[in-house]
Design a protein around this ligand. Structure first.
Ligand code: NDP
Ligand code: 8X3
Length: 254
């Protein structure tokens, strides 16, 4: 029988690459993000290339009503969700706590922590009905470590790590597998979002640096969810070779 995966934040970056990888692996997909037009283009292309089924919805994970409506509105033929990928997330700003903007803190905590909780709470009853179910939470190296001026982003991702461990404990009796995937620097729209649309500043992060690409993380997700039923990968920390720890990015000599 066909497996079904729900991916949040599928309009760009790691979420989009994961949608492409899982469509290729034969999954039907439910894709959530705020930019519906990007999801429409992606869904059309996946359906044409892979002859799979795709349901999309405009969802702001910060809005609990938007999340519960979107999950309630999932068509019956997509309701047997096997894999939930909690990927939607972002960093906003890079400043000391003293200089930090309060609205940036709200955005990060509301998206990365509360958004992940809203989506998980809405989907767990559906996952519990399945013979095979797996939750993948996209954390970050910032869930395991901190770096200069990363404060609230790091705190939000440390919370994702704690929630991942809590879910694994709570859901083990069903059994629903729960995995945390924690990447280092991946070149996506992440830095452009962090620097509020400043493309030059975002580009400079990756210049001369052998960063990860979104498909590196999508490949890892595909591997994690294809292990035998008795094997769960609890945690994966995936770093660029040139990034030995959070906040240390070695640039090539030009
Ligand atoms: P991108 O900015 O490329 O993609 C982020 C995705 O999240 C977009 O699809 C965006 O869609 C979605 N999103 C953001 N806010 C919301 C919201 N309120 N509601 C619904 N969807 C939302 O970044 P990445 O692909 O890099 O980031 C994906 C995840 O990976 C994040 O959780 C990030 O923290 C994590 N991560 C990223 C790393 C990196 O270096 N890039 C490293 C480690 C972890 P839309 O705007 O259409 O809503
Ligand atoms: C972001 C990872 O290393 O760019 O989640 O801070 S890093």
């Amino acid at each position: 029988m066909k497996r079904i995966a729900l991916i949040t934040g599928a309009s760009a970056g790691i979420g989009k690459a994961s949608a492409e990888k899982l469509a290729q692996e034969g999954y039907d997909l439910i894709l959530f993000a705020r930019r519906l037009e990007k999801l429409e283009i992606l869904a059309e292309s996946l359906k044409e290339q892979y002859r799979m089924n795709c349901h999309i919805a405009k969802v702001d994970v910060r809005d609990k009503n938007s999340v519960s409506k979107a999950v309630n509105d999932i068509p019956e033929s997509f309701k047997n969700i096997n894999v939930l990928i909690n990927n939607a997330g972002l960093a906003a700003g890079l400043s000391s706590i003293e200089d930090g903007q309060l609205e940036n803190w709200d955005t990060m905590l509301d998206t990365n922590v509360k958004g992940l909780l809203y989506v998980s709470k809405a989907c767990i009853p559906l996952l519990k009905n399945q013979d095979y179910a797996h939750i993948i939470n996209i954390g970050s190296i910032a869930a395991k470590d901190i770096y200069m001026n990363g404060n609230v982003y790091c705190a939000s991702k440390h919370a994702v790590d704690a929630l991942t461990q809590s879910m694994r404990l709570e859901l083990s009796e069903y059994p629903i597998k729960v995995t945390g995937i924690h990447p280092g620097a991946v070149e996506t729209e992440f830095s452009e979002v962090r620097f509020n649309g400043d493309k030059a500043r975002a580009k400079a992060v990756y210049e001369g640096f052998d960063n990860l690409v979104a498909s590196d993380i999508a490949d890892a997700i595909a591997w994690v969810i294809s292990r035998p039923q008795h094997v769960n990968i609890n945690d994966l920390v995936i770093m660029p070779t040139a990034q030995p720890k959070a906040g240390v990015l070695h640039k090539r000599l030009q």
